[in-house]
Design a protein around this ligand. Structure first.
Ligand SMILES: [Zn+2]
Length: 169
């Protein structure tokens, strides 16, 4: 055995690189390394190299794959929600336009009905022609029922459709 070699050096090196030095080593080997300069140096140098390797591995470690997957899922969901919101906004604008149109038609019809009714009340009051007043009023009331149903359909069906479109995502 020369001064540059020791039969236990490889054993000490192996234990150190496995992270089992000195706790996982035999007491005799630890005792030997305390006295043997070669084994002591081997343990110190290999330990330092192992520490440096673990540090650089931790610094360069790729991100946790589960986290990457969750982030990708979250991003996909956000993008899908944004994509779903675009037609939603269009549907909402359409619903608003329909509601305003129905409301406008309804108000105009109401104004026409009110104007006609007032005329007819005046006519009926002067001539007591009740039939001439009731028939157009009933007709207009029927039209108002149709308008109310149409307005309800616009105000209920479109939000319901929008809700279903949202829930589907
Ligand atoms: Zn030795």
């Amino acid at each position: 055995m020369s001064a540059y070699e020791c039969e236990f050096e490889s054993e000490v090196l192996a234990l150190t690189l496995q992270g089992r030095w000195p706790d996982g080593a035999e007491p005799q080997l630890r005792e030997h390394a305390r006295e043997c300069a070669i084994c002591g140096d081997a343990a110190a140098i290999a330990g330092a190299m192992e520490d440096a390797r673990q540090e650089s591995y931790a610094a360069a470690a790729p991100a946790d794959s589960g986290r990457v997957w969750r982030q990708a899922q979250l991003r996909a969901r956000l993008e899908a929600a944004e994509a779903a919101n675009r037609p939603m906004a269009a549907a909402q604008v359409l619903a608003l336009v329909c509601a305003v149109a129905v409301l406008t038609v309804s108000l105009r019809a109401s104004a026409a009905w009110l104007g006609g009714a007032l005329d007819r009340v005046a006519t009926a009051a002067s001539g007591l022609d009740l039939g001439a007043w009731l028939a157009p009023a009933a007709k207009l009331a029927g039209e108002h029922v149709a308008l109310a149903v149409a307005a309800a359909a616009v105000l209920c069906v479109i939000p319901a459709a929008a809700y279903l479109a949202m829930g589907r995502d």
